[in-house]
Each structure stands twice: as C-alpha cells, then as structure tokens.
Design a binder for this molecule. Structure first.
Ligand SMILES: Nc1nc2c(c(=O)[nH]1)N[C@H]1C(S)=C(S)[C@@H](COP(=O)(O)O)O[C@H]1N2
Ligand SMILES: [Mo]
Length: 426
C-alpha cells in the first residue's frame, strides 16, 4: 500500500518535471521564432524561410496546448502541494495566464481571415504585450533555476518527494527511500540570495534597454515622426488639396510598421521618375515636376497588414490607378498590371479589374503631407480592399502585361488571394 502510494507520487512528480521541460523547450523555440518574425530586419534575409518559420511558429504554438492541458489535469494535486506558498501559486497562475493568452491570441492571428482585421489587431497587441512582459520574466526564471537544477532539493517541482527532515544534504539515496514523509525544505536563504543577486544584476544591465524596448513597442513612431525624418529631397512639394489638409479622415489611427526587403531607398529629382509602359497605346515617363502636376484625388481608407496590424482612417491623396490606365490606353492583349518598386527588388501585380477598382490609388500624400521615404514615398500604391503586401512602396513603374506575374511575397509563400474578408472581390 505504502509502496503504491510512493509510485503514484513518483509518477506525478516526474510528470510535472517533464511537462515543465517540454514547456520550456517549446517556449524557447516560440520566443526565438517569434522574435525573428516580428523583426522587420529579418524580412529580406529570411525570404521564403519567413513563411516556413511562421508555420512552424503556429504549429509549435498549438503543440504548447499539450503541456498546458496536461498540467491542468494535474493542477488540483499540484495546487494542494503548494498550500501556504502563495508566491508559488501566483507564479503558476501567471505562467498559465501567459501561456493561455499567447495561445488564444495566436490562434486569432493564425485564423486572421476568419477573425478579420479588427480582431487580428487586438490579438497582435495582446500577443506582443504578453511577449514583452512574459519573456523577461521567463528569462529571469530560467537563469535563477539553472542554479537549482544543480541543487535539486531546492526546487519547487521535484521528481520525487524530498525526504530529508533536518535540512542537511539530501542525497540521491535518501530520495529513493520508499514511503518516507514528504518534507519541504525550509531553506530558502541561498535561493533567495541567488534570486535577488541575479534579479539585481539583470535589472541594472538590461533594465534601461528593456524600458526603452517596451516604450518603443507601445509607442511606435507615428507618421509625423517619419515625416520629420523624410530622406527624400524631391522639389517641389506637392500642394495638398482642401480635403487633404486638414485631412478629411481626421488623421490616421494606428502606427505603420516599416517593412522592406532591401535597404530603405531615398530619392531626389534626378533619381526619381515614374513610367507606365508595356501593352499600352502611349507609354509615359514623368519626372517629379511633371508628376506632381497630374490631377490628384483624395480618399480615406484603412490599411491592413496580413501580420495583424492596421492603420485606420488614412487620408491618401494621389492618382487613381484607373486614371493612369485610361491616360496610357490599355491594349486588348493586356491582362495584368505589374507593379515595380524603386528598390529594384519588390514587385506585385493586379488583374485589370482589380487595378480599376476606384480605391486603388497611386498615392503621393498621406494626411496632407508627402509620404516619407520610410513609408514608401514619394509614391506608393494603396489597395484598401487587399492586404498591404499588394501596396508596393517606392512605386515607380507600371507595366501592362499579357500573362500573370507572381509578386515578391507570393513567390515566397504568401497567398495569391490578398482580399480582405468582406471585400468586394472583382
Ligand atoms: N517595396 C516594398 N513594398 C512593400 C513591402 C516591401 O517590403 N517592399 N512590404 C509590403 C508589406 S508586407 C506591407 S504590410 C506594407 C508595409 O508598409 P509600411 O512599411 O509603409 O508600413 O508595405 C508593402 N509594400
Ligand atoms: Mo504586410
């Protein structure tokens, strides 16, 4: 009878240890892959790997459910054992809330098409928030626990009940004694000291960086900050229409995340031109002075990235793409509009019907100001009914072609179908 009890205990303790270990490895993988995915810096380098990494991140995120559910099945027992240890109870609740929050917001991001951009936007905020709060705690936890691994009797999750009653060295053979009473070590001074020392060390070395990091993630630079650092030097400035200044949309809500797969280019009057060619009746190449004289229009629209962030109520001023197509005259053989970026690398395409949608715009101004170079200025495409990978930055050439063209991200695994849920597909 006694023996059976010990075996159960032993099995249970071992289970907790292995849950903890699997969970730790999963979280490590998810943290690393997540940081690679969120960092704009890695976009060019990862290329197609980015899409694979995203699928791996989602898959392992779902696998994380296994240790969480498994733990929940054992939770009642573990909870009893934590009786009186409020610190550890709080820690368990914190970790569970963190993991469940990550999983739920992650599922919404994974199912972004079902969820729609509003929900994806909220989920991304929560996913990020939990990362910036949870990761430092987990890193701290891991560093302090490494010491404990070498001194197993000081851990709160033990493979078997520790049996030393006097606080003296609990050796391995002691742990093998069957049926001995479970006595938790009261010896917390050294552990406490290590914790405080590591905590203080981390706070001093990483603290300031971390605070700046958090600040940045919650207060991303606004369009005004980019406008202030606009590296384009095109003259003259386009003069905003009355609807642009002040912007009829009331000013954009949300923050763009600067994405690029090259170094961020900047242009001046000598390095910039805009061409429409291919299967057209009349090919055009405008320089900047000519281009700013073309009649612009104003629209207010939302901007959604497929990774979950959105910027609402943008007041864009520019040329409806359909007007440019009419100006050049599209030949009957043409079926696709190929869009080129002045970065020399990024391209995408629209069908003629898509290109003629009234809100597809070759934009020159945002909220009454020239589009800053970091956000794709002097001229970028906006495609309000499609995810923003269609909205080619530094747009400088439109070519009418007779066959399909697969865009930069679509070549690397993004969906050819970029329509937002609820869009008026054409
Ligand atoms: N030339 C170019 N255009 C681009 C991209 C890019 O990497 N290069 N990224 C696309 C993606 S995925 C998005 S979400 C938007 C981001 O626009 P922003 O950098 O102005 O926020 O630009 C799109 N257009
Ligand atoms: Mo995007």
């Amino acid at each position: 009878m006694k023996k059976a009890l010990t075996n159960i205990r032993k099995g249970y303790g071992k289970k907790l240890v292995s849950i903890h270990m699997w969970n730790a490895w999963l979280v490590l993988f998810l943290a690393l892959s997540g940081l690679l995915l969120v960092g704009g810096f890695w976009r060019e380098l990862l290329g197609e790997g980015r899409v694979w990494l995203k699928w791996a991140h989602i898959a392992f995120g779902l696998v994380l459910l296994i240790p969480v559910i498994y733990y929940l099945l054992l939770a009642a027992k573990h909870w009893k054992r934590l009786k009186g240890k409020n610190g550890q109870k709080a820690n368990v609740i914190f970790v569970l809330a963190l993991l469940i929050g990550w999983i739920v917001s992650g599922v919404v991001l994974w199912q972004f098409r079902l969820a729609g951009p509003r929900a994806a936007n909220t989920a991304l905020f929560i996913h990020d928030l939990l990362t910036w709060v949870g990761l430092p705690v987990i890193i701290y936890h891991s560093i302090t626990r490494v010491k404990w691994l070498k001194e197993p009797k000081k851990r709160s999750i033990v493979p078997e009940p520790v049996t030393s009653a006097n606080g003296a060295s609990a050796s391995n053979d002691e742990q093998k004694q069957p049926g001995a009473a479970h006595v938790q070590q009261p010896m917390y001074t050294r552990r406490g000291f290590i914790k405080v020392a590591v905590g203080a060390g981390l706070a001093v070395t990483l603290g300031p960086t971390f605070v700046r990091w958090i600040g940045k993630s919650f207060q991303l630079p606004g369009t005004a900050d980019y406008a202030a650092n606009n590296a384009n030097t095109l003259i003259p400035d386009p003069i905003p229409l009355a609807d642009s200044a002040p912007p009829i949309g009331g000013g954009a809500e949300g923050n763009f995340r600067v994405y690029t797969v090259t170094d961020i280019p900047a242009f001046d009057n000598s390095s910039w031109s805009f061409t429409i060619d291919g299967l057209v009746d009349k090919k055009f190449t405008w320089n900047w002075e000519e281009f700013v004289k073309l009649q612009r229009e104003v629209q207010v629209s939302d901007f959604h990235c497929v990774t979950g962030w959105s910027v609402y109520k943008n007041t864009w001023e520019g040329l409806p793409l359909s007007k440019l197509l009419d100006l050049a005259g599209v030949k009957s053989q043409a079926v696709m509009v190929k869009l080129y970026s002045g970065d020399g690398v990024y391209t995408d395409s629209l069908t003629l019907a898509q290109a003629r949608m009234e809100d597809v715009m070759v934009a020159v101004m945002h909220d009454g100001k020239p589009i800053p170079n970091q956000l794709g200025g002097p001229v970028r495409l906006v495609t309000p009914q499609m995810y923003a990978y269609k909205s080619v930055k530094w747009l400088n050439r439109i070519e009418l072609i007779a066959e399909d063209h697969v865009g930069y991200w679509e070549q690397r695994g993004y969906d050819k179908d970029a329509w937002l849920p609820g869009a008026n597909r054409v």
